[in-house]
Design a protein around this ligand. Structure first.
Ligand code: SF4
Length: 252
């Protein structure tokens, strides 16, 4: 007993008391900021391995970006990455950060279906489907459950059976082999249900975009309720995104 108390005294609180204001280390790359500085657009376009950068005006698509940081390393006067991990949204267009744009990325309350708040506002069970994932986003989803991030305290849990789930969380670029299992799993989830995409691979295909080994037709068929970018997505991005989606906010 005394030994346990000694450990608690020395280690302090294991969990993050407020996941909405927690600070992350400076090496973390979150929401980018693009200045109005003039740079050679051809050189800028050439840097990005996944065509996440567009020019006139310069934009970065966080649904495609692998957060490799190469653009900010070569053009530090043009692009920098903040430690803002709140980059999840239900509006795909909001993932495109334009030059001069410093507004936070948020869930658009007017695009959230009413049943998402009324049914899942206090309890949300999710079934995770790794559709050709590399286990990076899957690890971060696991980390969301650990004692530090503790997503369970918000009533959000991962379940084994889709029959017990309120929605699916997809990771990976959705390979052809996983297209049918993904559809079967989604069909098994009772209505109403949500679809959440976690990570660059799930949102756009990432470095595998355009590969003949992918079959992303599932994503064209259904409404996506939440995009959680990152490569992999950070647990704080995952938790804040799910909370923003399911907790009711005023429609502005
Ligand atoms: S950080 Fe993103 S936008 Fe910049 S080069 Fe890497 S993938 Fe492209």
């Amino acid at each position: 007993m005394f030994e346990s108390l000694k450990i608690v005294y020395h280690q302090g609180k294991q969990f993050i008391p407020d996941v909405t204001t927690a600070q992350v280390p400076g090496i973390y790359r979150g929401r980018p900021v693009i200045s109005l500085a003039k740079v050679d657009s051809k050189d800028l376009l050439k840097i990005c391995p996944v065509d996440a950068i567009r020019v006139d005006p310069v934009c970065i698509d966080l649904g495609k970006c692998t957060f490799c940081g190469e653009c900010s390393r070569i053009f530090p006067e043009k692009i920098s990455f903040t430690t803002d991990y709140k980059i999840s949204t239900n509006d795909r267009d909001k993932l495109i950060v334009k030059e001069g744009d410093v507004t936070p990325i948020e869930v658009n309350p007017s695009m959230v279906r009413s049943e998402v708040h009324s049914v899942f506002g206090r309890s949300l069970k999710l079934r995770q489907v790794s559709a050709g994932g590399d286990n990076s986003c899957e690890l971060e989803l696991n980390a969301s459950n650990n004692v530090q991030f503790d997503i369970g305290r918000f009533g959000i849990e991962f379940v084994a059976s889709p029959r017990h789930a309120d929605g699916i969380v997809i990771t990976g670029p959705v390979t052809d082999n996983m297209a049918e299992p993904l559809e079967i799993c989604y069909d098994a989830v009772p209505e109403p249900k949500i679809i959440v995409l976690v990570g660059t691979d799930a949102i756009s295909g990432g470095i595998f975009a355009g590969s003949s080994a992918l079959n992303r037709s599932f994503l064209d068929k259904y409404n996506i309720d939440l995009y959680i970018p990152g490569n992999p997505a950070h647990p704080l991005t995952i938790i804040n995104g799910l909370l923003d989606l399911t907790r009711k906010k005023q429609v502005k």
